[in-house]
Design a protein around this ligand. Structure first.
Ligand SMILES: Cc1cc2nc3c(=O)[nH]c(=O)nc-3n(C[C@H](O)[C@H](O)[C@H](O)COP(=O)(O)OP(=O)(O)OC[C@H]3O[C@@H](n4cnc5c(N)ncnc54)[C@H](O)[C@@H]3O)c2cc1C
Length: 498
């Protein structure tokens, strides 16, 4: 067993020379360390925090926000081992095939890899998330109540699975869950209280020569690794690259002014529509998580088909049933008259409020930048310009219109759309805290910061892990997918370092 090393106790001017240095011990960094465990490679995992929340460490995450209302930068993520998995919701869902494809109606869309590249890694990622057996495509068969009969059309019932709730109600916290596994890996040495403050390139700017590390107690040390993997979360990945500007004045990997741009998160507008189901209460799996005997925890959502996205030029979305509501008199009258017109019995009709997780369109001006203000270790703080386009809402509205059409066509129910104008959508809207897109992937250095292997363009030994590399976002929650991508990176590193 290798105990974690507290960087505050290291002798001054310590120099470490591992094969790989992983910056950040969140789901990405931990998954990569575990994927490389018990190989011949000497790995150091550098984590800013330790096992639990510390407000002094968390404060290094604070920054500014402008534009539309958004979670404060030090509230939507956590800076200690396990990262933001210490307060995630445990929702898992693989990206769809269509999420990887360039869509001519979505500018800047498309990955340089297909979903097939991640498929060999999904099961392992699912296991790391402790999300039970992989049955996303069989969710319907697993339920003991009938699904909403939507008939043919643009939307179908698809499935979330959940990180296992252990003992009480908590999904997998990667730091606590994998502490012993990290200690048991003889070739992995995790350092806690180790803040990376600079990624230093050699003079020609093509190789990382060293990492500067500092502790809050004033200790400084240096790491000279053969390879570096930046896994500090999508905001901090951009910050470290931009702030490391001693050799490349625009920052590492930022020769084309892309680092920090295309930031995204999933908008979660609430109460977007009222859905009435004529036949009585919906199966429980629509409104809440259902635990199955095989260990899977599932919840249904309404998802657009690839054909519908293409035909209507809309973006991805996952519409969810949130809670049952009582209709007012006008609503009740509309249900009765519609039921008469359709020739169905609506005496048991039930009404529900719908919510949604939307895929936003990529936007180069939704971006993170450095400010003149610095944190306690001298690293410039970030500011986020947050934006959402009117078209993000109007396109999603078309998906709801299709849901309403399908409900009527199948005589299963009806839908009232609640919003038309931007300020209505924005009222009470939440965000997923899914930080995406600041070091996007493309084989063209003018379009992306990393290539299809997650290697930073122009730097021979610097990789990025995490959802900062997602060039388009889909509507699925990111963690399962970013872990799969990180496991793929693990295999790549084993190959190139053999
Ligand atoms: C409230 C909330 C709910 C969420 N719910 C879900 C959900 O249901 N499903 C889902 O898929 N996703 C969810 N997410 C998102 C999920 O938490 C992230 O996708 C995931 O944690 C990202 O993993 P990561 O390792 O890339 O980054 P992080 O989790 O951000 O980890 C980064 C790590 O790097 C460390 N670090 C940062 N800077 C430095 C530095 N300079 N030096 C050394 N170490 C550093 C941090 O301390 C941290 O441990 C949620 C997030 C939040 C905030």
């Amino acid at each position: 067993m290798t105990d974690f090393i507290d960087a505050r106790t290291l002798p001054a001017a310590t120099l470490l020379e591992p094969d790989i240095a992983i910056i950040g011990g969140g789901p990405a960094g931990i998954s990569l360390a575990l994927a490389l465990a018990n190989t011949k490679l000497k790995i150091v995992l550098l984590e800013s925090g330790s096992m639990n929340f510390d407000p002094k460490i968390q404060k290094m995450y604070s920054g500014g926000e402008s534009g539309v209302r958004y979670t404060a930068l030090d509230a939507g993520r956590l800076r200690f081992l396990g990262g933001s998995s210490n307060h995630w919701g445990g929702y898992c869902r693989p990206l769809d095939e269509t999420d990887f494809v360039a869509r001519d109606w979505v500018p800047h869309s498309g990955w340089p890899i297909t979903r097939k590249a991640l498929e060999p890694y999904f099961q392992k990622a699912q296991a790391l998330c402790e999300a039970g057996p992989w049955i996303y495509d069989k969710g319907g068969e697993a339920q003991d109540a009938p699904l909403l009969p939507l008939g043919k059309g643009g939307l179908y019932t698809s499935w979330f699975q959940f990180s296992k709730t252990r003992d009480s109600v908590l999904p997998t916290y990667f730091g606590h869950r994998y502490e012993q596994d990290l200690k048991a890996a003889g070739n992995v040495t995790p350092y806690v209280h180790a803040n990376v403050t600079g990624i230093r390139l050699n003079k020609d700017g093509k190789t990382v020569e060293r990492l500067d590390i500092a502790t809050l107690t004033g200790n400084h040390f240096t790491i000279k690794p053969r390879m570096v993997v930046l896994a500090a979360g999508a905001m901090e990945n951009a910050r470290l690259l931009l702030a490391s500007n001693d050799v490349m004045p625009a920052g590492v990997g930022n020769q084309n002014d892309l680092v920090g741009r295309f930031f995204a998160d999933h908008p979660i507008p609430r109460d977007v529509a009222t859905m009435v189901v004529f036949g009585g209460a919906l199966a429980a799996c629509y409104g809440s998580n259902v635990s199955l005997a095989n260990g899977a925890i599932m919840r249904a959502a309404l998802s657009p088909t690839a054909a519908f996205l293409k035909a209507k030029n809309v973006a991805g979305s996952l519409t969810t049933v949130e809670y049952a509501i009582e209709l007012d008199d006008t609503g009740k009258a509309a249900v009765i008259t519609t039921a008469i017109a359709l020739g169905v019995d609506a005496s048991n009709a039930k009404a529900y409020s719908l919510g949604c997780g939307m895929e936003p369109a990529p936007d180069p001006d939704r971006r993170l930048r450095l400010t003149g203000e610095k944190d306690v270790l001298g690293l410039p703080r970030l500011t986020l310009e947050m934006r959402i386009a009117d078209s993000d809402f109007t396109l999603y509205r078309q998906t709801l219109v299709e849901l309403g059409r399908q409900l009527l066509a199948s005589k299963a129910g009806m839908l009232r759309l609640n919003y038309r104008h931007r300020d209505e959508w924005m009222k009470g809207m939440d965000w997923g805290n899914h930080h995406l897109g600041t070091t996007r992937m493309s084989n063209d250095p003018k379009q992306g910061v990393v290539d299809a292997d997650c290697l930073v363009h122009g730097v021979s030994n610097l990789y990025v892990a995490g959802s900062s590399v997602f060039p388009t976002y889909g509507s699925s929650n990111p963690t399962l997918n970013l872990i799969a991508l990180t496991l793929r990176l693990g295999d790549h590193l084993k190959k190139v370092m053999a």
